[in-house]
Design a binder for this molecule. Structure first.
Ligand SMILES: NC(=O)c1ccc[n+]([C@@H]2O[C@H](COP(=O)([O-])OP(=O)(O)OC[C@H]3O[C@@H](n4cnc5c(N)ncnc54)[C@H](OP(=O)(O)O)[C@@H]3O)[C@@H](O)[C@H]2O)c1
Length: 236
């Protein structure tokens, strides 16, 4: 990744931030995006002078266009930023039901669209999916379908945008800030359930997921793939 410039929409926390740390440690540069300016500033302070930040809310097309406007050339795009809710089809309102597609699907689609004028032809795009795409749990139908759609989008864009490579990462449960923000009891229950359902009988670490993202950026013969960093959750 030496001298590579990587743009991460959703780079101030979790898997996005860890990818940014790995890129900088390998001699690359990063531009991280997110909604909360304080979080962005804190992240840049830990990343050092090869990092910069820009505000973006990927539920808003105008904000995505402004994020990429004048950003300069770069080599890889990673888009883990997402704010969605989920629930059972017979319990949630329409706004909640539509939130995964609004932020995670269309947010990534429009990020790719506005990134393209700046993205190197030798570069790559890593979309964020999730392993529930292939093995759903009850209570998240729209979120599950959204992840399946993102894996389809990666395949379609790989064909459409070649030689730019496009892949998706489909993590299982990864113990990020997203989980650490939740009440302890609910988090522990969800982690224990995931561990019992997965082949490796544990949840994943941020390092394990970030390492898979770096692989997809670096490996010049992989395109159109969904890489399941899920401890074998989808095998059972
Ligand atoms: N953790 C898991 O177990 C897991 C498993 C499978 C898939 N995933 C997927 O992985 C992605 C990231 O998860 P994570 O656990 O790393 O989350 P995280 O630690 O909460 O980080 C999310 C990042 O995205 C940014 N973000 C959130 N909403 C945004 C928006 N509307 N526009 C732009 N940026 C936004 C956040 O900053 P701001 O809040 O300041 O905007 C933050 O930088 C999500 O798409 C999630 O569905 C997670």
């Amino acid at each position: 990744m030496r001298d590579q410039r990587v743009v991460i929409v959703g780079g101030s926390s979790g898997m996005g931030l860890r990818v940014a740390q790995l890129v900088v440690a390998a001699g690359g540069r990063v531009v991280i995006g997110g909604r909360d300016p304080d979080r962005l500033a804190q992240a840049v302070a830990t990343l050092g002078d090869r990092a910069e930040s820009r505000r973006v809310d990927n539920t808003d097309k105008t904000s995505i266009a402004a994020f990429f406007d004048g950003i300069g050339g770069f080599d890889h795009l990673f888009t883990p930023g997402s704010s969605q809710l989920s629930g059972r089809i017979d319990e949630i309102d329409d706004d909640t039901a539509e939130s995964p597609f609004r932020s995670k699907f269309w947010g990534q689609y429009y990020a790719v669209k506005h990134a393209l004028p700046h993205l190197a032809k030798t570069g790559s795009i890593v979309l964020m999916s999730g392993a529930y795409s292939q093995r759903p749990l009850a209570g998240a139908a729209a979120y599950v379908a959204c992840n399946s759609a993102i894996e389809g989008l990666a395949r379609a864009l790989a064909v459409e945008l070649a030689p730019i490579r496009v892949n998706a990462i489909s993590p299982g449960l990864i113990d990020t800030e997203l989980w650490q923000k939740r009440p302890k009891e609910a988090r522990e229950q969800a982690h224990a359930r995931y561990a019992s359902l997965s082949t490796l009988q544990r949840v994943g670490t941020v390092d394990e997921a970030a390492d898979a993202v770096l692989f997809l950026m670096r490996n010049t013969y992989t395109t159109g793939s969904a890489l399941f960093t899920d401890g074998g959750y989808t095998l059972r």
